[in-house]
Design a protein around this ligand. Structure first.
Ligand code: SAM
Ligand code: DTB
Ligand code: SF4
Length: 328
């Protein structure tokens, strides 16, 4: 193990944007307890001792023209997944869900649409109303709507949007194995529109799609070389949904998820690292290890977008066990 891996990433070192793939891969491959010690030290130096509960709602489900191999909402595999194309939800119905999420203890409300890109018009105006309504409840508002143009990002900013989620999903090298209907640069362009509009960036990826450790390192390199770093980094484990091209992927080893979280924490010390899809496959102990490794948010509520999520009572109990407070 090269010494530089550790010395260049000491807990209090300045935030870096020049990580190499080799350095990050070396971190991913550290002996587990050494990695955990390191991630924990960075976490303690840069993060408050809390966990943010974020609730997620699919405001427009199914029928998406993109061909993302992991996604149950793509029209390309709709016949196999049986996920039907629905219309955009009504603003009032969305705000009702947001109120319920707040009452249950969520601080952030995330809304996802199965769109390739935002189109100007009545539907986009309705999404802006949703954002305004969520902000009026005193919650953070995040949306994920596919590709955005600059003027659309600005409109969302004016509606009060806190964060825009747009994941890079995997390494630039592996991307074409998973998605063919857009490329990595399209993703990076939307991210720069979001940043330029003054909206915080929520950007992460998925492990368990057949990628190598080097690909995972390369994804983390791309994320950590964004300047500034994303404020929010969701780490998803593939939910291998029946009927999607990736349905036969074997479940990720929970320890790989712990490692990915730990290295996201080390390379992006100030980001909220979110333990995202795939959490329902984890034992209580594996989830605690992810929190120890530096995750400080998870999706809270019965459903993700189309797949089930963990039980909310069990989640509150998990925080109690860890002695962690939910950030309000
Ligand atoms: N259509 C928009 C887009 O792709 O940016 C927003 C919705 S999309 C469902 C949001 C993110 O969910 C994807 O970028 C991907 O990272 C994650 N996701 C979707 N299906 C998943 C699955 N089966 N397992 C893990 N993560 C998944
Ligand atoms: C993210 O990184 N993960 C969330 C959220 N951002 C939008 C979505 C997970 C979706 C999992 C599959 C489903 O429920 O459809
Ligand atoms: Fe699914 Fe988003 Fe890809 Fe559409 S763009 S198929 S909703 S991940």
């Amino acid at each position: 193990m090269p010494d530089c891996t550790i010395s260049n990433s000491s807990p209090n070192s300045a935030t870096r944007h020049d990580w190499t793939v080799a350095e990050i891969q070396a971190l991913l491959e550290l002996p587990l307890f050494e990695l955990l010690d390191h991630a924990r030290a960075v976490h303690r130096a840069h993060q408050p001792n809390d966990v943010q509960l974020a609730s997620l709602l699919s405001i427009k489900t199914g029928g998406c023209p993109e061909d993302c191999g992991y996604c149950p909402q793509s029209a390309h595999h709709a016949k196999e997944t049986g996920v039907a194309k629905e219309r955009l939800m009504q603003v009032d119905a969305v705000l009702e869900k947001a109120r319920a999420a707040k009452a249950a203890g969520a601080a952030r409300f995330c809304m996802g649409a199965a769109w390739r890109e935002v189109k100007d018009g009545a539907e986009f105006d309705a999404v802006c109303k949703m954002v305004e309504g969520v902000r009026e409840l005193g919650m953070e508002a995040c949306v994920t709507l596919g590709m955005l143009k600059q003027h659309q990002a600005e409109k969302l900013k004016n509606a009060g949007l806190t964060a825009y989620n747009h994941n890079l999903d995997t390494s630039p090298e592996y991307y074409g194995n998973v998605i063919t209907t857009r490329d990595y640069d399209d993703r990076l362009e939307t991210l720069s529109h979001v940043r330029d509009a003054g909206i915080t960036v929520c950007c992460g990826g998925i492990i368990g799609m057949g990628e190598t450790t080097r690909d995972r390192a390369s994804l983390l390199q791309t994320l950590s070389n964004l300047t500034p770093h994303p404020e929010s980094v969701p780490i998803n484990a593939l939910v291998a949904v029946k009927g999607t091209p990736l349905e036969k992927q074997k479940p990720v080893d929970p320890i790989d998820l712990v490692r990915m979280v730990a290295v996201a924490r080390i390379t992006m010390p100030k980001a909220r690292v979110r333990l995202s899809a795939g959490r329902s496959m984890l034992s209580r102990e594996a989830q605690l290890l992810c929190l120890l490794a530096g995750a400080n948010s998870f999706f809270y509520g019965e459903k993700l977008l189309t797949t089930p999520n963990n039980d909310t009572i069990a989640d509150l109990d998990l925080l109690k066990t860890a002695g962690l407070a939910a950030n309000a």
